[in-house]
Write a protein that binds this ligand. Structure first.
Ligand code: ZN
Ligand code: ZN
Length: 339
């Protein structure tokens, strides 16, 4: 049976830069994605894990979200055993092109790595190809495609969608969803007086014709209609650095409806609404409200500011939980004391 899983790891420390590392697994294969890459976020990760990242997606290019790019690129710049993809908001080809070019590239004759940089502007994705041979000097036009409501990235393990957020221009949030999966209707199984067995996995995997159900041959299509229900897989969303006024709250909560884990910034104290909106950021209560209106399963608070203290963060947690009870900081922060 295919075992789907969406595993997310928060990188970085409270009051320092953060990122989210996601491994989407189908049991047979996986896709690894890194969302943002601030300073030191990769510290402590095994090199093999960094070398395994398929896609690096940036929310935007303020320094605290891109300062760790050197550490990522140093390990992967000559990688040819998989495709290399970088994603971000409008302007990504220029900004990331400069970063790729920003070294002495005088030993590149034997390199054959290719890097694809994609910039997302609403429903349109423009791409450029940069070649290690020649020092990434040219942004080769790799065309433009329209998403037409389809995913930005679609693999057997995960589908990625970008959300345009407002933050001194466009910052991107990302929503990751596993494919829908089959669940067994236990009551129907009981009603039909059938026992579970390997045949259920065969049914989920698309068996057709006569199926051996613990020694009895039954029609697979009929069993599927009677017993299997299509249910959404796991999902998560990552939203960092964004304005959350009334209209954004309504728009985003609709787009995030039913999401599993919502990871958001927690830049400002509950009372700092004016300062937060002036700086195109959110307060901790605004994101708790977003989680509540979206019907999210849980909220995890990241991107804390060093303007505040651990005591403040403890108080915020209490205030946020009054709005949305399933709120917490990443489990490994504060040694669990605030989680
Ligand atoms: Zn920012
Ligand atoms: Zn930031």
């Amino acid at each position: 049976m295919l075992l789907h899983m969406l595993h997310a790891q928060v990188l970085g420390q409270p009051a320092h830069d953060n990122a989210l590392l996601i491994t989407a697994t189908s049991g047979q294969s996986h896709t690894k994605l890194l969302l943002d890459c601030g300073e030191n976020v990769l510290a402590g990760l095994p090199l093999s894990e960094i070398a395994d990242i398929d896609h690096l997606l940036f929310s935007h290019f303020h320094m605290d979200h891109v300062s760790g790019f050197d550490a990522f690129f140093r390990i992967n710049f000559e990688r040819t055993n998989r495709e290399n993809h970088l994603w971000g908001p409008p302007g990504s080809i220029a900004v990331l092109g400069h970063r790729l070019q920003g070294y002495w590239w005088n030993l590149t004759a034997d390199l054959s790595a290719v890097w694809h940089v994609h910039e997302i502007d609403g429903d349109t994705v423009s791409s450029a190809r940069f070649e290690a041979q020649g020092g990434f000097a040219v942004a080769h036009d790799a065309g433009t495609r329209r998403l037409d409501g389809g995913p930005l990235i679609g693999t057997p393990e995960v589908q990625v969608q970008a959300l345009a957020l407002s933050h001194h221009g466009v910052s991107l949030g990302y929503v990751l969803r596993e494919p829908r999966r089959w669940a067994v209707d236990k009551a129907a199984l009981h009603r039909l007086v059938l026992n579970a067995g390997p045949w259920l996995a065969q049914l989920k995997n698309g068996a057709s014709g006569r199926l051996d159900v613990n020694g009895t041959l039954l029609d697979a299509d009929t069993l599927r209609a009677d017993l299997l229900r299509s249910v959404p897989g796991e999902s998560l969303a990552y939203l960092s650095d964004f304005l959350l006024d009334e209209s954004e709250l309504a728009r985003l909560s609709a787009l995030l409806a039913g999401v599993g884990t919502l990871y958001t910034e927690a830049q400002y104290a509950p009372g700092d609404v004016d300062r937060a909106s002036r700086n195109h950021h959110t307060t901790v209560l605004q994101v708790a409200q977003l989680a509540r209106l979206s019907g999210a399963e849980r909220l995890r608070l990241l991107h804390l500011s060093r303007r505040y203290t651990a005591q403040d963060w403890a108080e915020w947690l209490e205030a946020a939980r009054a709005v949305f009870p399933a709120t917490g900081y990443p489990a490994h922060w504060f040694e669990g004391t605030l989680d």
